[in-house]
Design a protein around this ligand. Structure first.
Ligand code: T1G
Length: 707
């Protein structure tokens, strides 16, 4: 027997333990070993019943997602043929009891549903999250779940992918017993199995009493998936497979499930989502920083600046249970910051995200102060003051004098030089960037920016901390704008150029929205505030190359006092509910300004709009990758999926470029270069990979050594 699956005999029962750390994923070997164990137990006449349990932290988190890429890329021929395994379990001649703790997800849930009974620990979670990977359950999940939980719940769980608690599963009839809080799962399952021996056995696939062909329910579910999901293919397939369960004989419906599963698995959406899942887990792996690098304990945090960002960052720590001291120059500034925090929390309570009690406890953790002296004992300080180098350096000089040795000194700058900020201290090894995205308490992305002297300890502490804070931490190098904003600049630039060349404001936004972006680029600009870029352009005007085209539209709008949503006008006008209204005046001005600047006007297709914006972003991404500012292609994608509303079903800008084909992207970039000049100079890496017929995913480079 393989050591991935153990079988032991306990008091006349066979206990089959799946032991494939970290989450007992059902790799080919594990599936094979479970099958052998089941055969052995079923054929052993000393065995009266079988308990199936997971070792370690969880039952089974599903099929091994790493195998999907091998199958879809053609390097492995094996389609995950789980369906026969679960049927074999269901066909056992003795009762099989699944003992569930941690997670029973995807194939794990399907395994459990094929057992004759399910016992769970109170904290267990169960679900069919396949839709989040662009696929559907492929081992009878769409057939057994409606039989246990009813059609409506099965449709909900398979089309949204959200897991449910053991208590809910019990109430729905998925679980037969929830163990006592202080119970022992294996002992509970063994006792349950022993009692089951004398009871009549039922196969889940033969339990048809909850199946109903509720036509309006399926129609509503489809409409819901189409309207709420940007790439609803998998959700619609799951609904179809469940409808088949309700209308067709079991074997025919299973056939449909298999067919739909395979179609989904090979879809572009699924490949992109699987890439995103794996790339997110790669983020924690940092060359030169082993997993066991000591991390500092962050129990007390100081935040400098109670503006919008500072207030949001304080909330992030408080939400994770870390006490925060927030400092600003005077009481009025602190009061404003606290009012922001209270308003945000009140909104969360109204939306049902937090309870009032949770919020009251969090507010207790936030202490406003006026003096830096309060920072002496902090384990970490995050500076979130106004974006200006001189000011930031002054703050870091003060922090260096006040903070204890060993404290991490972080800046929330979104584009300034971390090394220059660190030079204001005598401990550059303790300085790094923690670039939160606005609103900090909502957005998942955290760019952790390393300077040339930042220590391993500081980096690994912040990377681990990001998880505790509920953020997706991406380690990036130090350059203007880091990964996210550096690539966003050319994207936004092209959106402006398009309007200056004759495109409609709404048409540009619609093209990018239809591509899948959460919001069009001009709407994003209005939301973030046009004045931010305007101020930055003024500060960095000396860096602009003479003769290179610069967008003018937003500067002009700012000069008119149109800063976006905050002034109720920018690219759009906004009503009292902040709803965008197209503004014909903007169109008129654009035409006039373009005429003054001598920019010829033309019809621009939505395809060109997408290519101009997205390829500009990709071209910059290629430079970022080549320079080692991002560790891996997938890291750039993670920045974009978690911080910039890039559609996850397209995998991120770099993955998307690979799916388009780098040759095609490069050729188009060359055309734009010829037509629009120097800003479109192809990135050397893009050119090289395109000419070699390679992808960004093929590219690896020596990682930058860590200090
Ligand atoms: N396959 C392979 N590796 C997995 C895995 C999986 N299913 N799930 C987790 N891991 C690895 C992950 O890469 C990481 O590895 C480690 O486990 C810890 O994960 C047949 C077709 C279970 C809730 O979609 O939702 O079954 O980085 O950092 O925050 O019909 O992982 O340590 O090397 O996320 O505690 C359906 C996906 C598959 C579940 C744990 N199942 N996993 O979260 O830790 S499709 C899923 C999760 C399927 C069937 C179909 C979460 C988690 P490393 P982690 P976590």
């Amino acid at each position: 027997m393989s050591n991935l699956v153990r079988i032991t005999l306990e008091q006349g029962l066979a206990v089959i333990t799946i032991d494939n750390p970290p989450v007992n994923a059902l790799s080919t070997e594990v599936r094979q070993a479970i099958r052998e164990a089941i055969e052995e137990a079923d054929n052993d006449n000393r065995v009266a019943a079988i308990v199936l349990i997971g070792a370690g932290r969880t039952f089974v988190a599903g099929a091994d997602i790493n195998e999907f890429q091998k199958i879809t890329s053609g390097s492995s021929q094996r389609v995950p043929e789980m369906a026969r395994l679960v049927e074999r379990i269901e066909d056992c001649h003795k009762p099989v009891v699944a003992a569930i703790h941690g997670h029973a997800l995807g194939g794990g849930m399907e395994l459990a549903m094929a057992a004759h009974y399910r016992v769970a620990s109170p904290g267990a979670q169960m679900g069919q999250p396949e839709v989040k990977l662009g696929i559907i359950p492929g081992a009878g999940g769409t057939q057994r779940l409606p039989r246990l939980a009813g059609v409506a719940k099965a449709v909900e769980m398979c089309s949204l992918g959200t897991p449910i608690s053991a208590a809910e599963a019990m109430q729905l009839g998925i679980i037969d017993k929830v163990m006592d809080v202080d119970g022992d799962l294996l002992a509970t399952a063994i006792a349950f199995a022993r009692e089951a021996v004398s009871k009549p056995m039922r196969k889940t696939r033969e339990r048809n009493e909850k199946l109903e062909h509720n036509v309006p329910l399926f129609a509503a579910a489809r409409a819901n998936a189409r309207s709420k999901q940007r790439a609803p293919r998998a959700a619609l397939a799951a609904i179809e497979a469940i409808e088949a369960a309700a209308t067709l004989p079991y074997a025919d419906a299973c056939h449909i499930e298999q067919k739909l599963f395979n179609e989904c698995l090979f879809s572009d959406e699924s490949r992109a989502l699987v890439h995103a899942f794996l790339a997110e887990r790669e983020l924690a792996k940092i060359p030169g920083i082993p997993k066991d690098t000591p991390v500092l304990t962050v129990n007390r945090v100081g935040v400098v600046g109670a503006g919008t960002m500072g207030a949001g960052i304080a909330m992030v720590f408080a939400n994770a249970g870390v006490p925060v001291v927030i400092r600003d120059v005077d009481q009025a500034a602190l009061d404003r910051g606290l009012a922001t925090i209270q308003k945000n929390y009140a909104n969360s309570v109204r939306r049902g995200r937090f309870t009032q009690q949770f919020v009251d406890e969090r507010l207790q953790l936030i202490r406003p102060v006026l003096s830096y002296n309060e920072f002496a004992d902090m384990d970490m300080v995050v500076e979130a003051v106004f974006e200006g180098m001189a000011f930031k350096k002054e703050v870091f000089g003060v922090l260096d004098g006040v903070c204890k040795q060993g404290a991490i000194l972080a800046t929330n700058t979104s584009y300034l030089d971390i090394d220059e900020i660190a030079s204001a201290t005598k401990r550059p090894q303790a300085v790094l960037g923690t670039h939160f995205f606005s609103p900090a308490n909502v957005m998942k992305l955290l760019e952790v920016v390393r300077g040339k002297a930042t220590s391993k300890d500081a980096i690994s502490t912040c990377m681990q901390l990001s998880k505790k804070l509920g953020k997706v931490g991406v380690l990036v190098g130090n350059c203007r704008g880091f990964v996210g904003n550096r690539m966003f600049a050319p994207y936004r630039r092209e959106a402006q150029f398009l309007v200056e060349e004759g495109a409609d404001v709404q048409a540009v936004d619609k093209a990018l929205y239809d591509f899948g972006m959460a919001l069009g680029p001009l709407s994003v600009a209005d939301l973030a505030g046009l004045d931010i870029g305007w101020r930055m352009r003024k500060e960095f005007r000396h860096l602009q190359k003479p003769g290179v085209r610069q967008p003018f539209a937003e500067d002009r709008l700012c000069e008119m006092g149109r800063y976006g949503q905050k002034t109720n006008a920018g690219w759009y006008r906004y009503d009292e509910n902040r709803r965008a209204i197209a503004d014909p005046e903007v169109t008129t001005w654009m035409r006039q300004w373009a005429a003054e600047a001598g920019i010829p006007q033309r019809q621009i297709s939505s395809q060109e709009m997408v290519e101009r914006c997205i390829y500009a972003m990709i071209n910059e991404g290629a430079r970022i990758l080549e320079e080692g500012i991002a560790l891996r292609a997938g890291d750039i994608d993670m920045v974009y999926l978690n911080g910039y509303g890039f559609p996850s079903h397209r995998g991120g800008p770099i993955w998307y470029a690979d799916t388009v084909g780098l040759k095609k992207v490069y050729e188009r970039v060359c055309e734009f270069h010829e037509r629009h000049g120097e800003l479109w100079e192809p990135a050397p890496l893009l050119e090289q990979l395109a000419k070699q017929g390679k992808t960004f995913a093929d590219f690896t480079r020596e990682p930058t050594p860590v200090a």
